[in-house]
Write a protein that binds this ligand. Sequence first.
Ligand SMILES: [Zn+2]
Length: 122
Amino acid sequence: MDKKTLDQFRILLEARRNALREALARTEKDGRAPEEDFAAQDIADRAANSSQKELLFAQSRAERQMLNQVESALSRVREGSFGVCITCENDINPKRMEAVPWAVHCVGCQGKIEQGLIEADA
Ligand SMILES: [Zn+2]
């Protein structure tokens, strides 16, 4: 991958990382909403409140996973291994990198992982 393309991916990934950090901070803040008036809520409110919390928890976990993937993609940019399949070490199709810039497997290896033929060693 040439330096210009790599730079474009780096910029894109950094923007994504910043957006995810903000989203995560917001989700975690919402998940810690004050509970002083908890006793005043009726049962339906409490149920709604706790399922809302579960939702926020699931959301923050998904955001954190995504953030991890984006951050490791950024470190691969720095190490020069960005765009290279970690399993077969072939270049990953540029179209795939555009669609999924944090991809660590080429389409072939990804397919094998999904079929359970090889281990995902990410
Ligand atoms: Zn591969």
